[in-house]
Ligand binder design. Structure first.
Ligand SMILES: Cc1ncc(COP(=O)(O)O)c(C=O)c1O
Length: 408
């Protein structure tokens, strides 16, 4: 864990870009946009917190229980029960310091060395989230499958789970997908998710669904998608992509025994998860306003930005044999440059030298043992920053891509 990792490099780049004297076009990190209308709600929540008796003093002055802030957990359970019909109560929810730390806990609980030998987490579809790569306490914690690729039009493609290659062997301890998927912006279809759920259940392992961008909040989903929960599913959510990454608030929804384990690990690792984000968001959740903000403001905001960034790439990459994954959610475009004469890491370096930060695609294949040139042909580009920054970044990316192809 202490060696340099893809996620470590990404967070370093992000921190450096925010502090650099010259201008850096930051299309690399997972930082959400600062949406004025959404931030106004957070400001109002903070003012209400300061003005309501001693709630502010309690939020700062008391530890929460190891499963996290009680009033927020009750509000989230109520919302998910009423809005999505999930059969859950407060005992099905635990908070963590960001959902990133939930993956650390869950992956190491369900996989790694155990009495029956080594267990692994299966990613049924790579590319998959960079942040999973290095969380294993034991090496070789992951195994992954290549996707089936659907070509939608001349420059658009979509990944699907290749169920013909999805053997859930005895050494699998859990199955995990992000939906929407970081990096590709893919949203697994309802049918794919149901089939995965069935495969997990048949094999007696949990299905972990990373819902950091999903429904019902922050609702950065542009495709038709039904959320899914049952006793065999562990759904991980977060307040980060809503616009609160600084509060580090992750939400795990699972059957009670799993929640008890997460709470016990919380106690060991951090006594209790931080409660500021939970306290700040509790009323937004209880009132249901969080749904309105997510559906009416956050989702449309990113969808409009996706369309703009896509149009710019199509304009600037004309004449190049490129593909872009159909943007169905999250806030990234995933560029595939077949037979690129340089690796995506080299392209990343060239762009960095021109003050444009993106993420090289090769970081997004945790657990994929077999060789695949595709992994050195892709780039993740965030479109969460201002339109001007994205437009200038896209232009420079297109210039470097064209230069690489013409030199090759
Ligand atoms: C797919 C996905 N899952 C989880 C996370 C972790 O987010 P956080 O720890 O801020 O909740 C991120 C952050 O970028 C993400 O993109």
């Amino acid at each position: 864990m202490a060696i340099q990792s893809g996620i470590g490099q990404l967070m370093d780049d992000l921190g450096a870009a925010l502090q650099a004297p010259g201008e850096i076009l930051m299309l690399g990190g997972g930082n959400p946009a600062h949406i004025a209308e959404v931030q106004r709600h957070f400001r109002e929540s903070m003012i209400a917190l300061l003005d309501s008796g001693n709630r502010f003093e309690r939020a700062l002055g008391d530890y929460d229980p190891p499963e996290g802030n009680t009033e927020f957990i009750q509000a989230v359970a109520g919302l998910l029960r009423e809005q999505l019909g999930w059969a859950i109560g407060p005992r099905n929810i635990a908070l963590t310091n960001g959902s990133q730390s939930a993956f650390f806990v869950l992956f190491n609980l369900f996989a790694g060395e155990c009495e029956q030998g080594g267990k692994k987490v299966l990613f049924p579809l790579t590319p998959e989230y960079i942040g999973y790569c290095d969380v294993g306490l034991t090496p070789g914690l992951f195994t992954a499958r290549k996707p089936r690729i659907e070509h939608i039009d001349e420059h658009t493609f979509k990944y699907h789970i290749d169920f013909d290659r999805l053997d859930v062997a005895d050494d699998i301890g859990a199955i995990c997908v992000s939906r929407p998927t970081n990096p590709s912006g893919n949203v697994l279809t309802n049918e794919e998710l149901e089939r995965l759920g069935a495969a997990a259940e048949t094999n007696g392992v949990p299905l972990i669904v990373d819902n950091a961008y999903g429904l019902p909040f922050p609702h950065i989903v542009f495709a038709d998608a039904e959320p899914l929960w049952n006793e065999n599913t562990i759904v991980c959510m977060s307040l980060s992509k809503l616009g609160l990454p600084g509060t580090r608030t992750g939400i795990v929804i699972a059957r009670e025994e799993v929640i008890e384990m997460v709470a016990r690990v919380n106690a060991v690792m951090s006594l209790a998860p931080g409660g500021i984000g939970a306290t700040l968001a509790a009323e937004l959740v209880r009132s249901g306003q969080i749904l309105h903000i997510s559906r009416e403001v956050i989702g449309p905001f990113y969808q409009a930005k996706a369309s703009k960034a896509l149009a710019q790439f199509h304009r600037h990459l004309e004449g190049i044999p490129y593909y872009i994954h159909q943007p169905e959610g999250a806030f990234f475009l995933w560029l595939w440059l077949p037979e690129l004469p340089i690796t995506s890491q080299q392209l990343y370096e060239r762009l960095k030298a021109r003050n444009v930060i993106v993420v090289s695609g090769h970081h997004f294949f945790p657990g994929l043992g077999e060789p695949w040139t595709h992994r050195d042909e892709c780039l993740r580009v965030s479109y969460a920053q201002s339109d001007d920054v994205v437009a200038r970044g896209v232009r420079i990316i297109a210039e470097e891509v064209k230069r690489a192809y013409s030199a090759g």
